[in-house]
Design a protein around this ligand. Structure first.
Ligand code: ATP
Ligand code: MG
Length: 264
């Protein structure tokens, strides 16, 4: 359902993605790990066109993402729900309104104009309330986002993403700003959504312990290449050391080491 085919990306002279090949199947729940700066965010941003690859193709639902056609790109973006580290909510607006904002991309014509003014159809409001309930936020839905805890904000952000009816959910470090207990709750929620709705979900995450508890498939990146793709059991101490250490860089090129490291 999501396929990266030989993706390359440079920022200035820095080659950030060096030929990424990765396929994610319908309904998978996948973690992407790797040291800071290895290219995780850049990779997932190629899916919604916030980063345009220099070479290679991204396919979503068997459709090649066309970065030069803004109409097609907009349609593609509607299919991709995003969840971020800093929640990206409208802070001065209440939870219900934030969730309804998830439909902004799908409203057309007069409805679009009204939605910009914050006026939504009854059935959309009903749906938003259902999603808020589903993510565990029945109460205080009229409280401003900036009055809510980090965990509650992330629940609102997840409900907003669901409101889009996405075929793919991309979460970029969704627990980076949360305490361990709240992190567990948010990952449990994402996992529950994946299991109950079969929503294909890709989570960029740093915490190895959480990765172990929640993900069957883990993709590790290092300096713009994929160096591991497999389950947690295959992720030995040695491989983790390799993924997160930098000092071996002088000895081998990334690609040679990547070939040595890939297992599953
Ligand atoms: N728009 C940009 N312009 C220039 N350089 C960029 C841009 N976006 C990312 N980079 C650089 O590309 C490299 C990879 O960045 P990226 O954000 O993809 O890393 P990451 O793996 O997500 O790291 P982190 O775990 O810290 O979020 C970094 O060196 C970063 O500085
Ligand atoms: Mg990042």
């Amino acid at each position: 359902m999501l396929k990266f085919n030989n993706i390359h990306k440079k920022f200035g002279e820095k080659e950030v993605l060096k030929g990424i090949n990765l396929e994610i199947k319908e309904g998978e729940f996948v973690a992407i790990i790797g040291a800071s700066g290895c290219g995780k965010t850049t990779l997932i941003r190629t899916v919604n066109g916030f980063v345009i690859p220099d070479a290679g193709e991204v396919y979503l639902d068997n459709e090649k993402i066309n970065y030069s056609d803004s109409n097609k790109l907009r349609k593609m973006r509607k299919k991709v729900g995003m969840v971020y580290q800093l929640f990206n909510l409208v802070e001065r607006t209440n939870s219900l309104q934030n969730v309804l904002n998830g439909t902004l991309g799908s409203c057309e014509g007069f409805e679009n104009l009204l939605s910009i003014l914050g006026i939504f159809k009854k059935e959309k409001i009903k749906k938003a309330l259902e999603y808020l309930d589903y993510v565990g936020l029945k109460d205080s839905i009229y409280d401003r986002a900036d009055k809510r805890s980090g965990g509650q904000k992330q629940r609102v952000a997840i409900a907003r993403a669901l409101m889009q009816h996405p075929s793919l959910l991309l979460a970029d470090e969704p627990i980076a700003n949360l305490d361990p207990t709240t992190s567990h709750k948010i990952l449990s929620l994402l996992k529950k959504i994946n299991e109950e709705t079969k929503l294909t979900t890709v989570v960029v995450i740093h915490h190895i312990d959480f990765v172990k508890s929640y993900f069957k498939r883990i993709v590790a990146m290092k300096n713009g290449v994929i160096v591991y793709d497999g389950n947690y059991d295959g992720l030995t101490e040695e491989k983790l050391h390799f993924i997160y250490s930098e000092h071996l860089d002088e000895i081998y090129s990334d690609k040679i080491r990547a070939e040595q490291c890939i297992t599953a």
